[in-house]
Design a binder for this molecule. Sequence first.
Ligand code: NAD
Length: 428
Amino acid sequence: MTRENNPFTLAQTQFDQVAEQMHLDEAVRSILRWPLREFRFQLPVRMDDGTIKIFFGFRVQHNDARGPAKGGIRFAANETLDTVRALATWMTWKCAVADIPLGGAKGGVVVDPATLSIGEKERLCREWIDAAWKNLGPRNDVPAPDVGSTAQMMGWMMDEYSKLQGEYVPGVITGKPIGGGGSEGRTAATGFGVIVTIREALKHLGISPTGKTAAMQGFGNVAQYAALTFIEMLGGRVISVSCWDREDKVAYTYTREDGIDPRFLQSITDQYGTIDQEQARANGYQIENGEAWLGKDVDILVPAAIEGVITDYNVAQISPQVKILAEGANGPTTLEADELLKQRDIFVIPDFLCNAGGVTCSYFEQVQSDMNYYWEEEEVLTKLDQKMRNAFRAVLTMAMDRGLYMRDAAYWVAIARVERAMRLRGWI
Ligand code: NAD
């Protein structure tokens, strides 16, 4: 990882730029540039063949001034401490911009989960909790699933934590399975929230959503439900999605000009978001290189896969037809590409606003777990819609009042809220 593509450098640079614009107090800057706490642990796991394998895990708590730290645990072969730091930082801004009373954290394990058996995965999850549990809890730090982790894994982790505590503590973790302390609507929440922000952006731009087209990167949790909601809520058409093909070890774009069928594609996609090529081809999908989604003549682009994918090398591929770039993924745009986007007439919905639906629903899940009273899906999605709408409005108002780029406006809103909480608590 170089300085240029280090996500933590990106997170700090974005923060520095806005801190400068805001004339933020030096002490506040110093606290917020770095995480408050970082944990790195060895995780010895007995493999199915009887050997012990050592994995590495992380938990980074960036800031908890507004409430317990909150953030997912990623299981990824290329996980690094700097990736986790960046994502923990963005969680602080995300919770603040969504106006939920939580701080920011992130966790990680350096592993490709597809290489583990179910038993090995469960032992690794339990080991992670054994290493981290003293610093977790419904009032301290509440993990959740992220790339490479599932609802079942959260269920094992909640169970392990509850055993260590000697009582049932469902509020320690979110993204749990339905029936195992999970919330209705959580699976769809992030993708649903992405589309609520797109709906609000279209409204602001005076564009009718009906018949609008989109291309997405990824076809995992976020992209699947973003595609479904784009079609069902807005009456739009998704032309392309893409995925990483785990066998070929390259990314492909799957296109149907008359619109993809997300439910069909879901039925031929594995749990890691890889689409079955044969079946897609047999059903009329054109298969192109992994970057092809970015150059499509569509109204809306939704990167919803991984970080650092829109760069100064490929940003020029974006069609003049594109009006909105909705960052479903965390950190999909590099600093250089962001500068180039600012010069074009593209309305950017920044990541920690755009994809805040997941953590907002996680917060709802934690509230329900703590109450031991669970809401219907409609109630969850109605509350989520309202929260996302309010978050979008707060950022848009800031952008318009101060003439700011949407990403900078989202930072202003978030940083101001965290700064206020730190002052109210007497930290500064
Ligand atoms: P996921 O693991 O379910 O899916 C990831 C998808 O991206 C898969 O389809 C995978 O094949 C694809 N992909 C990976 N590398 C690719 C590449 N180079 N080109 C094209 N496709 C590629 O992950 P997810 O939960 O959908 O998360 C996607 C992004 O959204 C991540 O940045 C994550 O941090 C962020 N996010 C997720 C949530 C959530 O609730 N799941 C919430 C907020 C943010």
